[in-house]
Design a protein around this ligand. Structure first.
Ligand SMILES: Nc1ncnc2c1ncn2[C@@H]1O[C@H](COP(=O)(O)OP(=O)(O)OP(=O)(O)O)[C@@H](O)[C@H]1O
Length: 614
């Protein structure tokens, strides 16, 4: 059974009962724990090491050889001390000399290991830095349709967990693998050279040890991964519960949430107990196998000493070599597991890096000059998914400086139109031009830098009010920031706050009212001074006074620039120069408020419905 199915099969019965809950907190594709070894991918992963390996690898290899030679010489010197210095010659001088040499060898071994770790850490950290930067740079360029299909958490996991899981491989894994291989080969040669019978006898236990080490570790690793998955569900639930605490309390769902949490919590504990029990089995099993090896060694060794084939010193040296032999075998098993995890992580990372942004600059694209603001949709058809048109042949003409209100039922295509102006998606058919230039022929940077977007969910970052307004143009002076705030009538409420412009606002501006947040985002947009403004108006109802304030601010904001407003408030719609009524991806009515009211069509129906609702 693959690890993935194993995990999927371990869904908790309590959770299953609650429809959809078991799926609620996990990103399916992030469940993959390991992948078969893929040589091509392995090479690609290690190409990240190439720029640094040239300078540092020779040094690392030198330290590795030095460390291995010194390590393998010590047992030989021990046998010399027993056989020659003690048994044969009884020479204290020789014993001192050998002891001094062993100490010196240990010192060299320690220094070689310290430098080797230092150099490998340098390579490891540089590789991880490059990989993380590549990934981050790339995901920033990916188009909207990529994010449409992916939950933000899944992207986050790539940049954090998956990159971190490679860290160990690059810093220790690879070099340890080389050292272990060199050491193993060295020990096998020495054992067979010293006494092939004893050597072969000891090696009988090797396959058993290797099997235990690899298989058991794999089972333990999966068990811990199950623990991690369960814990990440707990964390996601915790996160959702905190974020949605107001809704939970408003609907008195605290107990229900507690029940969910309890099932998850119990389940996490159960999986932890299981993983921990397996972990505890590992040490004794390895020790028992090692013990069997030692038994064979001493049993056969005693026989060979009696028959005069080997000396006591040689048997002691042999036992030392065998002691050094289990460590690399054990680590190779560990390394194998680490490699499989790294394969899964690197596959997910490369899947992202290979994803091409669907909206890019065309070869030879030129920057668009300062935008005047004449925007034209010419028979625009757009499909998010093939065969399902969200816009069906839109023809629309916006004059420079005009404000256009987009109205229509939910799902009629309003947000789609505003996404297309900034070229967040490429249209399926037709053409969108700005000042007569097809927006696909100009650079994205030059286009988007002249378009300002104010979204419904105004994003307030943690920081001061001043920082939040300045986000519109980072090089704006304090005076410019305040002028923008004054222009949209936000200055008064800001100065009434305890720290004025320096008041720290919590993340997402939770201490600010909806209207205040909106005014701040207007000030931010005004400071950016875009040539085209796109505004997704907030739907929440606010008091009449704030509404008036927002309308006044909006007038300032819209002055001298073309704008598209997804309008929900009657006051905004009424003031727009042009109103476009959308229905199922088509423009059904166009004109100003009075013309459309007279027409007695969809628009007048929508407005009347709004009044009825009020
Ligand atoms: N990312 C997407 N992937 C697939 N289909 C989408 C996507 N975004 C919107 N759609 C579909 O396109 C159509 C138009 O959606 P759009 O968001 O433009 O509507 P809207 O008029 O802005 O609605 P609302 O007023 O509810 O925001 C809808 O049928 C919607 O389901």
């Amino acid at each position: 059974m693959s690890t993935q199915t194993e995990l999927a099969g371990k869904q908790e019965p309590g959770l299953k009962k609650k429809q959809g809950l078991s799926d609620r907190f996990v990103y399916k594709d992030d469940d993959a724990i390991d992948k078969a070894f893929d040589w091509r991918q392995f090479r690609r992963l290690f190409s990240y090491m190439r720029p640094y390996a040239k300078q540092l690898l020779p040094l690392i290899i030198l330290m590795m050889i030095l460390g291995t030679i010194t390590k393998l010489t010590v047992p030989y010197l021990t046998s010399l001390a027993i056989d020659k210095a003690i048994v044969k010659e009884g020479s204290l001088k020789l014993l001192y000399l050998i002891t001094a040499s062993v100490i010196l060898l240990y010192l060299i071994q320690w220094a070689a290991s310290a430098y080797r770790i230092k150099f490998t850490n340098i390579i490891g950290q540089k590789v991880i830095y490059d990989l993380r930067s590549d990934l981050f740079r790339h995901i920033q360029k990916l188009s909207f349709n990529f994010y449409d299909k992916r939950p933000a958490g899944s992207v986050l996991v790539r940049v954090t967990n998956d990159v971190n899981s490679l860290q160990d491989l690059f810093t220790n894994g690879v070099v340890n693998l080389m050292i272990d291989c060199v050491q193993l080969v060295g020990i096998v040669i020495i054992l067979l050279m010293v006494n092939w019978k004893l050597g072969l006898a000891v090696m009988i236990t090797v396959p058993i040890m290797f099997f235990i080490s690899t298989k058991l570790r794999q089972t333990i690793r999966i068990a811990w991964q199950v623990v991690r998955t369960k814990n990440s569900r707990i964390n996601s639930h915790l996160n959702e519960s905190i974020q949605g605490i107001r809704v939970t309390q408003a609907y008195t769902q605290e107990q229900e949430n507690m029940n969910y949490f309890d099932v998850m919590n119990k389940d996490s504990k159960k999986s932890w107990d299981k993983a921990s029990a397996m972990n505890q089995m590992f040490g004794p099993l390895i020790e028992i196998t090692g013990g069997i090896g030692s038994f064979i060694l001493f049993w056969l060794g005693a026989y060979l000493i009696q028959s005069g084939e080997i000396t006591i010193g040689l048997l002691v040296a042999f036992s030392n070599y065998v002691g050094n032999f289990w460590d690399p075998i054990n680590r190779l098993g560990q390394m194998y597991n680490q490699l499989l995890v790294a394969m899964a992580s690197s596959e997910r990372i490369f899947e992202f890096i290979d994803e091409q942004p669907s909206v890019t600059d065309k070869p030879g694209a030129k920057p668009i000059p300062t935008i005047n603001g004449n925007i034209q949709f010419d028979h625009v058809v757009f499909e998010y998914e093939k065969g399902r048109a969200a816009l069906k042949g839109i023809n629309l003409q916006v004059q420079a400086g005009q404000s256009v209100a987009l109205v229509g039922h939910t799902g009629s295509g309003k947000s789609t139109i505003i996404n297309l102006v900034s070229r967040f998606y490429d249209i399926t058919q037709g053409r969108i031009t700005i000042d007569g230039v097809d927006i696909r022929d100009v650079t994205l940077q030059s286009l988007r830098s002249q378009i300002g977007i104010v979204l419904q969910d105004t994003f307030i970052f943690s920081g001061t009010i001043r920082d939040n307004i300045r986000f519109g143009r980072l090089d704006a002076t304090d005076e410019e920031v305040e002028a923008a705030a004054k222009a949209v009538d936000a200055h008064d409420f800001i100065t009434q706050m305890p720290g004025g412009y320096e008041t720290e606002v919590e993340e997402r501006g939770s201490a600010l009212s909806m209207g205040q947040r909106q005014l701040l985002s207007f000030a931010r947009a005004l400071l950016a001074n875009p040539r085209i403004l796109i505004l997704d108006e907030a739907t929440a109802s606010i008091d009449t006074e704030t509404e008036l304030k927002i309308q006044e601010a909006l007038k300032v904001l819209l002055q001298g620039r073309s704008s598209f407003i997804v309008a929900h408030r009657l006051s905004t719609i009424r003031h727009a120069d042009h109103i476009v009524v959308l229905d199922h991806g088509e423009i059904k009515e166009e004109g100003n408020h009075d013309q459309l009211m007279k027409h007695q069509g969809i628009y007048s129906g929508l407005i009347e419905a709004q009044f009825r609702f009020l």
